[in-house]
Design a protein around this ligand. Structure first.
Ligand code: GNR
Ligand code: NI
Length: 166
């Protein structure tokens, strides 16, 4: 089932998502709907809060073929190192792409679809995406790292689009 993606500056993107207690069939159904919504957009990542669900659930797929789904439930950054600058976009901030500085190397711990814990080391785009998604779970959006002037321009542009879409 396709889910509706909230757009900045929707205040619902500012809430903090709650940890998942147990990885149930209900959570697996959410993961499946989130993956479908991400592929349809198309995007390379999606956090549950972007579809209005306040749970710490993230899906990612950096493959061209859309056949490498990665699921992170209750993800936590255990270690981060170095710096990298990457051009970021966000399905909740359509049409905006700006460089953001983040850690270049992270070690992440999370639960998979079966509720089993795993750890992963990431660099490059995967490291950026994981940090971008965990930010969403904490009510943060990548535009928070941009200048106030850029934030204001982006907010005005997207508010105008939303008025025209009504
Ligand atoms: O589709 C997405 N592309 C992207 C590109 C660079 C850095 C981060 C991302 S994540 C984004 C999907 C999204 O909004 N996830 O929250
Ligand atoms: Ni995003």
């Amino acid at each position: 089932m396709l889910l509706q993606i909230l757009h900045y500056p929707d205040p619902r993107l500012r809430r903090k998502a709650e940890p998942v207690g147990a990885v149930t069939d209900e959570i697996r159904a959410l993961v499946s709907d989130m993956a479908e919504t991400m592929y349809n957009a198309p995007g390379i990542g999606l956090a549950a809060i972007q579809v209005g669900v306040l749970k710490r659930v993230v899906v990612l797929d950096l493959s061209e073929e859309h056949n490498r789904l990665q699921v992170f439930i209750n993800p936590e950054i255990r270690e981060s190192e170095g710096e990298q600058i990457m051009e970021e976009g966000c399905l909740s901030v359509p049409g905006v792409f700006e460089p953001v500085t983040r850690a270049g190397h992270v070690r992440v711990r999370a639960l998979d679809r079966e509720g089993r814990p795993f750890e992963l080391e990431a660099t490059g785009l995967l490291a950026t995406c994981i940090q971008h998604e965990i930010d969403h779970l904490d009510g943060k959006v990548f535009v928070d790292y941009l200048s106030r002037l850029k934030q204001q321009r982006i907010r005005k542009k997207l508010e105008k689009h939303q008025r025209l879409a009504m």
